[in-house]
Design a protein around this ligand. Sequence first.
Ligand code: UDP
Length: 239
Amino acid sequence: PEISPTYRRVLLKVSGEALMGKGSFGLDPETVSAIANDVADVHRMGVEVGLVIGGGNIFRGIAAAARGMERAQGDYAGMLATVINALMMQNALENCDVDTRVMSAIHMSSIAEPYIRRRAVRHMEKGRVVIFAAGTGNPFFTTDTAAALRAAEMNCTALFKGTQVDGVYSADPRLDPNATRYEELTYLDVLTQDLNVMDASAISLARENSLPIIVFNIHMPGAFAKVIRGEGRFTRIVD
Ligand code: UDP
């Protein structure tokens, strides 16, 4: 099937927590493989895919700061956590025969390429999945913001946020049976109603660059490809 030109090049943000599977810490290899399979499906459709993976399954600066660690130092540790996740994901994607590059915002030349925008674009044009590791490279930011930033830099036509539920709800659907799912929201709705989608700096960056955000459930097998085809359940955030 034809892919909509809307989705010629996309960025997928996956939180670190999505990689834990049923566990409460670290990585579950089967869950990582399942997500890699989904990415591989979309890649086979001819869509150029970039990935930003969080690190919250291993380390969060803000949580460490609450326990007495200097925030910036904790944030650097958090960024390193995203590199561990990126290497795991690279391995899983290669098991699906997808050519992959990890580009890190913090230079670690023995295990990942340094992030250089023009080179990242070239990798994507050549059909390699680029995993953007180490967030923005700056403390006090999050990988949500890194995802919006890289999506804007790569001229992606959409930013996909894979979460634990199939879109944005009026309340947490796992706790509130009356929660309803939104089909479409504006960036301003998300900001003013403080909806838990991505942090405010990520939403603002997407808004300034007219980058649609599509929120869907990353744990439904094949969901990413379905959403790219415009099928399945998701919430679109636009102007
Ligand atoms: N982080 C940072 N700068 C960035 C991205 C991430 O300092 O640009 C740190 C921050 O400490 C954060 C941790 O890395 O808590 C893990 O990232 P995040 O919390 O965004 O991961 P997720 O919630 O998506 O798993």
